[in-house]
Design a protein around this ligand. Sequence first.
Ligand code: SF4
Length: 233
Amino acid sequence: MKKSEIPKFIKKVFEEYPQVKCALNFSSPLQLLVASRLSAQCTDVRVNIVCEELFKKYKTAKDFANADKEELEKAIFSCGLYHSKARDIIAAAKQLEESGHFPETIEEFCSLAGVGRKIANLMMGEIYGDQSVVIADTHCIRLSNRLGLCDSTNPVIVEKTLKKILPPNTGFHYSHAMVAHGRKICKAQNPGCENCFIKEYCEYFKDKDKNKNKDKDKNKGKEKCGIKKSSSK
Ligand code: SF4
């Protein structure tokens, strides 16, 4: 996508997805922090189911800090990676308890056990309303590459690149919109390009279209030479 097309593209995306919301259910910053740690390699639906019960039992950072590891593991078992998730949640809760302060910056969030830039950015956007953050999750990375906005699967590079080229204070909305679009249309396997409202901006679609036309030209050439038409997938 050309740099000059980005503002128009963003406008279109925001019109299609005007109100995007985090799919994790939470009613406090601590709950979002725990839920986002649980969401690694797990679906948001599963995390929400597990958290409904979990947050009835563990209400404060102190509750998590004092949790029996095996009991916590049992409670979060179905989210997968339950050993490391329980270990990180308890350790992060202890850090919160010791500092007596809830993080307010990306760096502070990243200093907590099990918290990387993806969670830190999510926290900054959801809790503090920072609209400039980019959450480089699997959907955001896949779609941004297909669209031609970046050329890397490294989350830190994708975040940096997008922050540079997106209009100011659009990163948070853009990230959530890409999750919604990735789930609905631009799936990892078989993206629904024909029905995609942003295909005119998308490099992946343009390449596909070019290749289709090349195939057609090839077939025409072969037909002219009396060779049987090849099947185009
Ligand atoms: S045109 Fe296809 S690849 Fe591009 S964003 Fe849309 S669905 Fe994804």
